[in-house]
Design a protein around this ligand. Structure first.
Ligand code: ZN
Length: 677
């Protein structure tokens, strides 16, 4: 680990922030906090915290001592000066005289002493930063240090490696008690460069931002050198790697098992993210996996993202039907064990605690790696990052000695600590969170509007379209796929399963109109229309139903039919015949897969501006009918132009109509001739 400090960058940051009225201390604090945040082996996703003690001018124009300390909700990687709100220092220092202070009173005292009452809550570790007199203080959960701080003999090991440079602090939950203990240990040895908190992390101190930061780097380097020089973990016997095709088949099974193990109160739809890097596989493939997975988290802050223990599954090993039963049993057993652990620990809280869902957030699978589960793709990615960090810490700790993290009771206290849960935020859950939605023709007008409408409901959305069309897509995940090629459709769904774990809602939307009078149209043109407007829908539906059945969670198949299917217009026979057959196809899926919980419905939209109805076509058709273009577009019972967003909303509604299947929903502003009868 080398220092990333650059005097030129530090000066540039100081100048940039000075222009916004920010003083040098806070500017350099922000600069070096970001250096820490940029290294995922030091801190991850809101972990760690930093501070500087300086002076500020209050409302009376008087200079007062303040502590700028990281505010809740900020991430060191992207922190700005506002992410280190100022707290009056003198009242915080007085708190040290108290024998005890409840969490509520501590948070209240911190908020009361903010200079800006609108600032975020200062870090739960603020009092530790206040009680230790160093001007700059940096705190990380560095993997290498955690490997040393999670050992049966951590104090002896740390003393042997660091001598008088650091002091050890026994594990105490963050808050007032830890702040007092750490400050007392520091005061007994005021020349230490930092503190190593057992089972938790490392603090460094400095008179300047650079000194504190570079001491952090140096302390981590000592740990890294020791790990590098220690005996290696025996290389795991290489396990048969699960092929990409098998992985795509395995993840929907796991996703379904999570849904089946959820009771009424718990979320059923999870997004999965798989990590199969060298460390994830080194842990998942090791014969000691079951033992390792029963130990705990590398630092207790991680428990809210990953729970204390990962679920361990067997390797799928070719027989997916047998594996499926094992996965269901293992998830149910995990949930029971979690509930039992909750009940055991609840006894210590006379006021009670509200149980969180009992489902795993991490799953270790030999031959696959580490799979994270989240309510959103973002949550899954955070849990997956932390899983990799856990694997790195565990392997390093095992290289040095024995990975011995915090036990069940202390980890429970952290998992169920209100101040920790507050970090997850209280944003209301959205209706389609956890749902994975694929939209074919995703780059077109209706496709893009549909992706946006599902994303607004909290779903993860993926566009399938031709590679050249996808170049224009922003903000949605995309898979290149020519839907008229069944092989490409299969591959696209496999890719979807590897990326997210499965699929719940498929909007089969890609289509194009071939024009010409039916008696004159060439056979090739007619076949091409059927390839895209019927057979491609069949390939998509087939692949979707394959995933739906593997998950066993039902699913929604939504087809973009057309007015042509019900109310043919001249010159659109090749298109209309295929679309009429598409409605028959939809009904057949509704009939044959209702028992699988699969709902198949079609949207019948008309006169929507899109690649199919271009400005030129609108002009031509309006001319042919002798009306103005606007009148043509609003020529329906409601007298309103139908937009791509209207069609998108209809797809969202259809996906949410849990007891509707085999239906055609019309979105055309009202046209008697096209009414479904
Ligand atoms: Zn910490």
């Amino acid at each position: 680990m080398t220092s990333a400090w650059s005097d030129a960058d530090a000066r540039a940051a100081t100048a940039r922030y000075a222009a916004a009225g920010i003083g040098e201390d806070l500017a350099l604090r922000t600069y070096s906090a970001r250096l820490l945040g940029a290294d995922p082996t030091l801190v991850l996703h809101g972990g760690g915290n930093t501070s500087v003690k300086t002076r500020a001018i209050d409302l009376f124009g008087e200079a007062i001592d303040v502590l700028h300390v990281k505010g809740s909700g900020w991430d060191l990687a992207t922190i700005e000066p506002a992410g280190h709100p100022a707290v009056r220092l003198a009242p915080l220092l007085r708190l040290r005289r108290l024998d005890r202070l409840t969490d509520e009173d501590m948070v209240g005292a911190l908020r009361q002493n903010l200079l800006d009452s609108g600032a975020p809550n200062p870090s739960v570790e603020t009092l530790l930063h206040a009680f230790i007199p160093a001007r700059f203080i940096d705190h990380t959960h560095a993997e290498a240090v955690l490997a040393l701080a999670n050992q049966p003999d951590s104090p002896r090991l740390i003393e042997a490696l660091y001598g008088a440079r650091v002091a050890c602090v026994p594990y105490v939950m963050p808050g007032f008690a830890l702040a007092r203990l750490a400050a007392d240990i520091h005061d007994a040895d005021p020349n230490v460069e930092g503190l190593i908190l057992l089972n938790h992390g490392v603090f460094s101190f400095g008179a300047t931002a650079r000194e504190s930061y570079e001491r952090m780097i140096a302390l981590v380097q000592v740990a890294e050198d020791h790990i590098a020089g220690s005996r290696r973990v025996a290389a795991p016997s290489p396990k048969a790697r699960v092929s990409p095709t098998e992985l795509a088949a395995c993840l929907p099974i796991l996703r379904g098992a999570l849904a089946r193990a959820a009771t009424d109160r718990w979320p059923t739809h999870w997004v999965l993210e798989t990590r199969a890097g060298p460390r994830a596989l080194a842990v998942a493939d090791d014969s000691r996996l079951a033992d390792w997975a029963a130990r705990g988290v590398a630092t207790p802050d991680h428990v809210i993202r990953t729970k204390r223990l990962p679920l361990v599954l067997s390797s799928p090993g070719g027989d997916l039907a047998a594996w499926r039963g094992g996965v269901d049993d293992a998830v149910v057993a995990y949930a029971s064990a979690y509930k039992a652990s909750f009940a055991r620990n609840l006894a210590r809280f006379p006021g009670g605690k509200t149980a969180l869902d009992p489902l795993p957030r991490l799953v270790a699978i030999p031959g696959i790696g580490l799979v994270a589960a989240g309510r959103t793709a973002r949550e899954a990615a955070v849990a997956a990052d932390i899983a990799q960090s856990w694997a790195a810490t565990l392997l390093a700790a095992e290289a040095v000695g024995r990975f011995t993290p915090l036990g069940e009771a202390d980890t429970f206290d952290m998992e169920y600590w209100s101040l920790e849960q507050a970090k997850l935020g209280k944003a209301p859950r959205r209706a389609l969170e956890g749902r994975i939605v694929a939209v074919t023709g995703g780059a077109g007008a209706i496709g893009a509007a549909t992706l946006a409408a599902f994303a607004a409901e909290g779903a993860e959305v993926v566009a399938l379209d031709l590679p050249e069309a996808l170049a224009a897509i922003e903000g949605a995940a995309a898979i290149a796929c020519d839907v008229t090629d069944p092989g490409q459709v299969e591959a696209a769904f496999a890719s979807l399963c590897r990326r997210f774990g499965g699929v719940d809602i498929v909007v089969s939307n890609a289509g194009a109109a071939t024009t010409g009078m039916i008696a004159e149209i060439g056979a090739a043109a007619l076949r091409a229309s059927f390839d895209l407007n019927l057979f491609a829908h069949q390939a998509v539906a087939q692949a979707a139903v394959g995933v739906f059945r593997a998950q066993g969670m039902g699913g929604a198949l939504l087809f973009n039919a057309s007015k042509q299917a019900l109310n043919p217009g001249p010159d659109f026979g090749a298109y209309g015949a295929a679309k009429a057959a598409l409605i028959a196809l939809m009904r057949q899926y509704a009939l044959e897969h209702g028992a699988d919980g699969v709902r198949a419905n079609a949207i019948n939209a008309d006169r929507v501006r899109s690649g199919l109805l271009t400005p030129m076509m609108i002009a031509a058709r309006a001319r042919a009918r002798g009306v103005a273009e606007d009148a043509y577009m609003t020529g329906n019972l409601l007298g309103q132009e139908v937009t791509a967003a209207d069609v998108a909303q209809a797809f969202v509604f259809a996906a949410r109509m849990m007891n509707t299947t085999g239906a055609i929903l019309t979105v055309d502003g009202g046209a008697v001739a096209a009414m479904v009868r």
